[in-house]
Design a protein around this ligand. Structure first.
Ligand code: NI
Length: 135
């Protein structure tokens, strides 16, 4: 059996959802307020989970202090208090939807962990809307 450990983090960021190939009217209709041309913010809640064997010596799957530091260094420092469209290069040509933000976070974090650990990202864009990415 494996155990799953999770760390809860958060960041605040602004974004705008827009497909450049679409007309303004189509973007407005599809994305609604998330298409607001002057951007808008969300309080994102992030849960990073690692699943793996319990180390027989330490009793840990992963050191939670280290996990917290990894999230700060690789995610919060890049996204917190940023305008995702303007300040974060990867979103220059990638719509910063919760789905894409989750995938980007996964891709940033995956190299930080041993391949024997499964990584899952859960990202709340609002208290009621969230995305899961990974296993
Ligand atoms: Ni939005």
């Amino acid at each position: 059996m494996k155990a799953k450990v999770s760390r809860h983090a958060h960041f605040n960021a602004a974004h705008r959802l827009n497909v450049t190939d679409w007309s303004d009217a189509k973007n407005k209709e599809y994305f609604g307020p998330c298409n607001n041309s002057n951007f808008h913010g969300h309080n994102y809640e992030l849960i990073v989970s690692l699943t793996g064997e319990i180390d027989p010596t330490t009793g840990y799957v992963f050191d939670m202090k280290e996990l917290s530091d990894i999230i700060k260094l690789n995610v919060e420092s890049r996204l917190d208090h940023k305008n995702l469209n303007l300040d974060v290069p990867i979103f220059k040509n990638l719509n910063p939807s919760a789905e894409n933000i989750s995938k980007v976070i996964y891709d940033w974090l995956r190299p930080c962990f041993n391949s024997e650990l499964s990584l899952k990202i859960k990202l709340y864009e609002t208290p009621r809307n969230f995305v899961e990415y990974g296993v």
